[in-house]
Design a protein around this ligand. Sequence first.
Ligand code: 0O2
Length: 273
Amino acid sequence: MPGSTAAPPSPRHAQPAAAAAVPDGDAPGGSAHGVAEVVRRRAAALVTEDVDPGRVVDRVRDAQRDMARFRMVYEFGIEEMLTKIRILRSEFRQTHDHNPIEHVTSRLKSMDSILDKTMRYGCTSDLPTVRERIRDIAGIRITCSFESDAYWVADMLSRQPDVEVVQRKDYIAAPKANGYRSLHLIVRIPVFLSDRTEHVFVEVQIRTIAMDFWASVEHKLSYKYRDALPPHLRDELLDAAATAAELDARMGRLRDEVRDLGTEGAADRDAPL
Ligand code: 0O2
């Protein structure tokens, strides 16, 4: 994460990048397993296939190298999107009297999460399939002060000629049943390598501070209770989501008031709002 735009990552965006191989060609099914386990199973399969033991190590190394390359392209995709966001932020800071972006975090999805998702989608975990089907391997989260800023940031990013928006989910206009609100974009951007151009999907989640706070608490509770969130907590979360939405609406109205004062010349132009 770049210096000034970085903030302490929230739990969902703080997963460490896994460092080893996706089992290219492994069939889906079974329970979630760690990278070490995948590599171990792969190596064991190679041995029982009567492969020259001297070549097993080479083949595991090859798989690890392929995986490192696979992840590298997503890292570059994240870097490119972060640069775009940084430029928007700096430009806005210099030309306007408030900053629409509070903070930005990013993460590469862990191997376990990728494999979980391939199982959920019922697809194989070979690299081309994973590349096409799992579109949130690279993730960026942008936190804004106001709802209108979230839409503004989404529009600014979507308008860039090398950013192709392949999916937009507006959970602000239409919150999820549990109260979750956020604006999600899946974008496809080119990554220019020395010998080729690759296109990668990046998931961009844009939300307000209130939405982020709620999502972080909800995530911790869901993690703790898995799928069995007690009804009183589910109701409490729904109520808190309504309170967060009301807070966003009120803050938006206050911001409009301050803006109106500004246009009448009564506000300090250097004020943060
Ligand atoms: P992580 O750890 O952030 O990667 P789909 O397959 O498209 O139907 P998917 O992929 O879940 O469903 O897409 P969606 O609904 O756009 O959600 C993508 C991400 O949004 C999730 O990623 C979460 O980060 C966040 N999110 C969605 N719903 C909720 C929610 O109810 N609560 C919270 N706290 N976050 C949510 P991952 O892969 O689940 O996790």
